[in-house]
Design a protein around this ligand. Structure first.
Ligand SMILES: Cc1ncc(COP(=O)(O)O)c(C=O)c1O
Length: 370
């Protein structure tokens, strides 16, 4: 029988995720599977929780990887806290803010949104103005909006919410491991991420943390969490001292995440952030020499997700197809109103190396002009 897996090529992953995976992580994934209640595996789980705390800069007790991709992290965050008619404010400037709105609305929250043009950040003063007159159970925002390459001022918004009863919920799927995330210092109550971006592990887990304040709200619910699989009151019993079976943990994926975070901590987070920033600058310079502009104004740009304007008259899809077929490089296209107008170039995690950026720039030049 022909095995399709034999023909998987090595592609340089420079899209919006997944990113390239280091050999050490692939090796970790192929370690012997232990039982999900095995005492040695429990040791690995304990250390993994501590490593996630370090990378999120939090002391929160409930800091665990959720089984599922980044969207499972988003869904877990909202489903555990929302009860029907709860007031929720979502800041939207791209696809993932819209996804939050969809998730919260399905839980029958009273969702309000504050929208900002795609390609620009949320404006702190406008959020402040809104919060002066209204109160919400949850205020939610995406730190790194992957659909546009914009960094939202998560720390400033956290400053506004400090001392309030509101739960501050932040998506760090694209930012964690690539730029600084300081959960406790920024007053974030609920934070989730994904493994396949700057953590450079394959997709499949969503690191998540709930502050004590968020846990109090969860424990004060009048109704049961309406989703069994993502119910943190039960999941916390498996990840806590009781070790009560809830669902079979994806053991090998957890090995992979453990190794991926260890690599980041060993390199040093500051060094990792600087590497992302250097690669981003190299990319922007190189693109500018090719006459290609960035979508986002410089102060709001993300280093790991670069939204690049497709030059006039260029068929963006055919360029992406040629990069994939002739140069074995993947980049992303635009989403929603930006479809056909931008490319999304990821320099995330293990991908963020100067040689990869140079390889892409050369390939892009050849594809565009020769
Ligand atoms: C900011 C953001 N949030 C959430 C998600 C959803 O994550 P996943 O596709 O892993 O479910 C993504 C995925 O690209 C993202 O970029």
């Amino acid at each position: 029988m022909k095995n399709l897996l034999d023909n998987i090529e090595e592609i340089l992953l420079m899209g919006p995720g997944p990113s390239c995976v280091p050999t050490e992580v692939y090796n970790a994934l192929s370690r012997k599977t232990l039982g999900h209640l095995d005492p040695y595996f429990l040791e690995i789980m304990e250390e993994l929780k501590e490593m996630i705390r370090r990378i999120m800069n939090t002391k929160n007790n409930l800091t665990i990887p959720i089984s599922g991709t980044g969207s499972a992290g988003m869904e877990t965050s909202f489903v555990n806290l929302i009860e029907p008619d709860d007031r929720v404010l979502i800041l939207i400037n791209g696809v993932f803010g819209m996804r939050m709105q969809d998730v919260a609305s399905r839980l029958r929250a009273k969702v309000e949104v504050l929208e900002f043009p795609w390609g620009t950040p949320a404006i702190t003063e406008e959020v402040e103005k809104k919060l002066k007159h209204e109160s919400y159970k949850i205020v939610a925002v995406v730190h790194a909006e992957t659909s546009t390459g914009v960094r939202n001022p998560v720390d400033e918004i956290g400053g506004i919410l400090k001392g309030s009863d509101t739960i501050y919920l932040v998506d760090t799927v694209t930012s964690l491991g690539g730029i600084e995330v300081r959960m406790d210092d920024w007053n974030i109550d609920v934070l989730y991420s994904g493994t396949q971006k700057c953590l450079s592990c394959p997709p499949g887990l969503a690191p998540l943390s709930f502050s004590d304040k968020a846990m109090e709200k969860l424990n004060a619910r009048k109704s049961k969490v309406p989703n069994w699989y993502l119910d943190l009151t039960m999941i916390a019993n498996y990840w806590g001292q009781n070790r009560v079976y809830h669902h079979t943990a994806p053991v090998n994926m957890l090995y992979g995440l453990y190794q991926a975070i260890m690599l980041i901590l060993e390199e040093g987070t500051d060094n990792v952030f600087k590497r992302h920033s250097r690669c981003h600058k190299l990319l922007v310079e190189g693109l500018s020499q090719l006459g290609i502009k960035m979508l986002v104004e410089e102060p709001y740009r993300l280093p790991m997700l670069n939204a690049v304007c497709v030059p006039d008259g260029v068929d963006e899809l055919s360029i992406r197809r040629r990069l994939r077929s002739d140069y074995k490089i993947e980049i992303g296209g635009g989403l929603g109103p930006l479809a056909g107008k931008i490319w999304r170039i990821g320099i995330m995690g293990h991908t963020a190396r100067e040689e990869n950026v140079e390889r892409l720039l050369m390939a892009l030049e050849s594809t565009l002009y020769y």
